[in-house]
Design a protein around this ligand. Structure first.
Ligand SMILES: NC(=O)c1ccc[n+]([C@@H]2O[C@H](COP(=O)([O-])OP(=O)(O)OC[C@H]3O[C@@H](n4cnc5c(N)ncnc54)[C@H](OP(=O)(O)O)[C@@H]3O)[C@@H](O)[C@H]2O)c1
Length: 337
């Protein structure tokens, strides 16, 4: 199933219970300016702009970034790209949390000092007056939930941020629930958008977390929807993998993805891909979009060809039987209990 970006017409879907709509596939920009363990830049500025152009041509309007991506390069390059456009047409989500100054314990986490400084800096890089969604990139156990929610509410009240998001937190849905209960009691803005890791092989959010998101109608935007590339079919069971591949560079990737159980799942994925005449990446994305409670996967891609292939998954229909077969190919941690 190949298409040019112009032939893809991404639709808008509700962003959970917020009043806005998101493109059904969001654009991930983690790899913009990112240096790999071997010292290579995954996506340089020119390529980043090509990817943004292709996403826009396909009708995409939702861009996901974070202040630490590429050491700030991701936000800067998005900001440069936006300069020639009507910013109002795009939904921009960014994240804050990770340490930015060595030896400074206040430059990590979600304390008030760090949040306010980080938001000012990211707006500068993006060249915009507000971000649509501000995520806490991780939960910070050192900062009281009340301080966090009050600080975030202030940003919403001042118009600097429109909606609040919580990224990862797996499987600690209770931390978001508790923070939202505090916000509700005080009349403050709650978290309405969640961003966990979720794909065919990483199923840790199934159970409480997914159920919580569904019950509360929170938007759920999964990251690494292709298991960092594992679900594209580019790896096989053979041990002599190319030296310049992600596998050779990252033992973490190798140990968590290249397992016998995951390759067994991939066989089922390949079967379904043959049945619907699509690539395994497209089927993996379509499976995610079919999961109840999932709002919009965040598509990562290193090249325009990869991105176009992935965005074309938006039009791929799977039968209930195919979705169930894929789901059953690897059980979630809480299934059957
Ligand atoms: N909140 C968080 O903590 C968090 C964490 C991670 C990511 N994210 C967000 O989620 C986005 C997506 O994450 P991700 O990059 O891990 O997504 P992913 O889709 O699981 O993996 C993307 C990588 O897979 C490979 N790939 C993608 N499409 C392909 C295709 N059609 N054919 C062959 N290879 C393909 C490419 O790498 P190679 O070509 O190098 O193999 C690409 O860089 C990020 O950009 C970021 O915005 C958030």
């Amino acid at each position: 199933m190949t298409r040019s970006p112009e032939e893809i017409d991404l639709e808008f879907v509700p962003l959970g219970r917020t009043g806005i709509r998101t493109s059904e596939l969001q654009l991930g920009t983690w790899r913009f300016g990112r240096t790999t363990e071997a010292g290579n830049t995954e996506i340089d500025e020119a390529r980043a702009h090509e990817l943004l152009d292709a996403y826009e041509a396909a009708g995409g309007r939702y861009i996901d970034t974070a202040d630490v991506y590429g050491g700030g390069a991701s936000e800067e390059w998005i900001g440069d790209w936006l300069e020639e456009r009507d910013r109002e047409r795009y939904t921009i989500a960014s994240k804050i949390y990770w340490q930015i100054r060595d030896g400074d314990p206040n430059s990590v986490g979600t304390n008030r000092k760090n949040i306010r400084h980080r938001v000012d800096a990211l707006l500068d890089r993006l060249g915009t007056e507000y971000v649509d969604v501000l995520y806490i990139h991780r939960w910070d156990d050192e900062t009281p939930a009340r301080e966090l929610m009050k600080t975030l509410n202030g940003l919403v009240e001042s118009g600097t941020v429109h909606y609040l998001g919580a990224s990862t937190m797996r499987p600690n849905a209770w931390k978001v629930a508790r923070a939202n209960a505090i916000a509700r009691a005080e009349g403050w803005e709650p978290f309405t958008v969640l961003q966990p890791r979720y794909n065919l092989v990483d199923r840790e959010i199934e159970g409480d977390y997914l159920e919580f998101a569904r019950q509360r109608n929170l938007a759920l935007c999964p990251w690494s929807p292709l298991g960092q590339g594992f679900l594209t079919g580019k790896y096989d069971r053979a041990e002599d993998l190319p030296e310049d591949s992600r596998v050779a560079e990252s033992s973490r990737f190798r140990d968590s993805y290249l397992t016998a159980e995951n390759f067994d799942l991939h066989d089922v994925l390949d079967d379904v891909a043959d049945e619907v005449d699509a690539s395994s990446a497209q089927v993996a994305l379509a499976w995610l979009s079919h999961r109840e409670g999932v709002t919009a996967p965040i598509v990562g891609a290193r090249t325009v060809e990869q991105l176009t292939e992935n965005l074309a998954a938006a039009t791929l229909d799977l039968s209930d039987e195919q979705v169930e077969r894929l789901t059953a190919a690897k059980a979630g941690p809480y299934d059957g209990l």
